[in-house]
Design a protein around this ligand. Structure first.
Ligand code: CA
Length: 485
């Protein structure tokens, strides 16, 4: 008898900010196929990552644990592929599992993908045109089956554009699967990660248009801790000719350079996203044609957000909104009413428990996230979280962003820059005096004015610090407390 448990398709792009999706009210582009998912299901307006950087966010998603538990704190700490992950648990429960695209958790016998019936991944970040892929060894899954192929698979360069190829592999997996068993497929686009290279089809988009600038493109970083001004991720001066596809102009004033570079950068970023949107459309069409739409939970998200010229920046890492926020839209006709919106605080930590819940598989007690299945039905449990804990460990490495942790509620954000590598691989060992920031998100949604030292907020600071320390204790991240008086 056929197994009718729901299928799961998890589409995750790399560095796609919610404010570049029309279903989130983008001022700068249209994403009609992503909007099909949102219109057919639910949009989450307060989904956040616990560490805004590629490799760590992926480890959180797979394991359902924070980075201080799974030990993938930075880009240099690759994931031990013996860890418990939701694809492994689903596979043990009879699901067919597959992963295509970006992995970025390490390659080789101890780090290559495990728990998948099939996989094909790009090495590291991968490249856009004619990329190399590593395919799962025909002998099996390295860790599960004892195969000792040095790279855990076969490397081959494939002609084509990376987003098209990842979608081709995904649709091919669906074609060749056993139709009598449910599947869980992870579609991990390499796009739109830097250095943003479009395909031919979209290369002429926006050529004769001016893309609107964000309100904070010329942020002066006043009224905040020193970290914002110290960061080296400014559109223009902190970019290179690979980013902008032309030689950097000499002698252009910084203000003019930022305006010019913003247009070059954002247009190419949006072209790369247009290709993702087309390819998501291909996958949705396939589900419709095969009658799979009704019984499939399909999700679109990104491993973190991104600054689209906001605060004058590109990149991510900071706990500021544009970087912290993950787009999250999902469609699951069996359980989710179309065109719905949720604003509860949901984390990348919660994805693994949700998928296990949907599949009817027991959620292990050591997973730290919560299944948000009740939210899909429009029911928020009375004890749902009202605050989330964040930590960025990669002190100063890449873009000179200082290590920090913090707390976000629906209305406030408290950030503590402890500004120390604390021995983490992939962090730079220079220490600065710690600093705090507090933002009142209702009064100051762009986070331009820290009110940490404003006496009006003294009680609020005390209350939020207490909550922060309580959350740190709850999740077991007390090893590196530096802010206790
Ligand atoms: Ca990323």
């Amino acid at each position: 008898m056929a197994d009718t448990r729901p299928n799961i398709i998890f589409i995750m792009s790399d560095d796609h900010a919610a404010h570049a999706m029309s279903c989130y009210g983008s001022r700068i582009n249209q994403t009609p196929n992503l909007d099909r998912i949102a219109k057919g299901g639910m949009r989450f307006d307060n989904c956040f990552c616990t560490n805004s950087i590629c490799t760590p966010s992926r480890a959180v998603i797979l394991t359902g644990t924070y980075n201080h538990i799974n030990e993938v704190t930075t880009l240099s700490t690759h994931m031990d592929n013996r860890l418990q992950t939701y694809p492994k648990l689903l596979r043990e429960a009879g699901y067919q599992t597959a992963l295509y695209g970006k992995w970025h958790l390490g390659i080789g016998p101890e780090h290559c993908p495990t728990g998948f019936d099939d996989w094909a991944v790009v090495p590291g970040q991968g490249i856009y045109h004619n990329p190399e892929f590593i395919f799962k060894s025909p002998n099996g899954d390295t860790a599960l089956d004892g195969d000792t192929t040095p790279n855990g698979g076969e490397r081959r360069t494939v002609m084509g554009y990376v987003t098209d190829l990842i979608t081709d592999y995904s649709i091919n997996f669906l074609r060749e699967r056993d139709p009598d068993r449910p599947f869980c497929m992870m579609v991990h686009h390499k796009a739109p990660h830097r250095p943003w290279v479009s395909d031919e089809k979209h290369a002429a988009m926006y050529l004769n248009e001016e893309i609107p600038e964000p309100e904070t493109l010329f942020d002066d970083y006043a009224n905040r801790a020193s970290a914002a001004a110290a960061a080296k991720m400014r559109v223009g001066v902190d970019m290179n000719s690979m980013d902008l596809k032309v030689e950097m102009p000499r002698g252009m004033p910084e203000h003019d350079m930022r305006k010019w570079a913003y247009q070059r950068y954002i247009k190419e970023y949006l072209r790369v996203i247009a290709s993702i949107d087309d390819n998501v459309g291909r996958l949705l069409d396939y589900l419709d044609e095969e009658g799979l739409t009704e019984n499939t939970l399909i999700i679109y998200t990104s491993d973190q957000g991104f600054f689209l010229g906001d605060h004058g920046w590109y990149d991510k890492r900071f706990m500021y909104e544009e970087s912290l926020r993950m787009p999250l839209i999902l469609r699951f006709p069996r359980e989710v009413a179309p065109g719905t919106v949720n604003d509860d605080i949901v984390l990348n930590l919660d994805f693994a428990p949700l998928f296990l819940d949907i599949a009817g598989v027991e959620i292990p007690g050591d997973m730290q996230g919560e299944s948000f299945r009740p939210l899909l039905h429009g029911e928020t449990p009375g004890d749902w979280r009202e605050a989330m804990y964040y930590r960025y460990w990669m002190h100063k490495a890449h873009h000179n962003v200082y290590a920090h942790y913090g707390l976000r509620t629906k209305t406030h954000k408290l950030i503590y820059y402890y500004s120390d590598a604390l021995g983490q691989a992939g962090a730079i060992d220079e220490t600065y005096g710690p600093e705090w920031e507090l933002f009142d998100l209702e009064a100051d949604p762009h986070e331009l004015n820290s009110v940490f030292n404003d006496p009006v907020y003294a009680d609020r600071v005390k209350e939020l610090k207490d909550t922060l320390h309580k959350l740190q204790a709850e999740v077991g991240d007390e090893r590196y407390y530096k802010d206790v008086d």
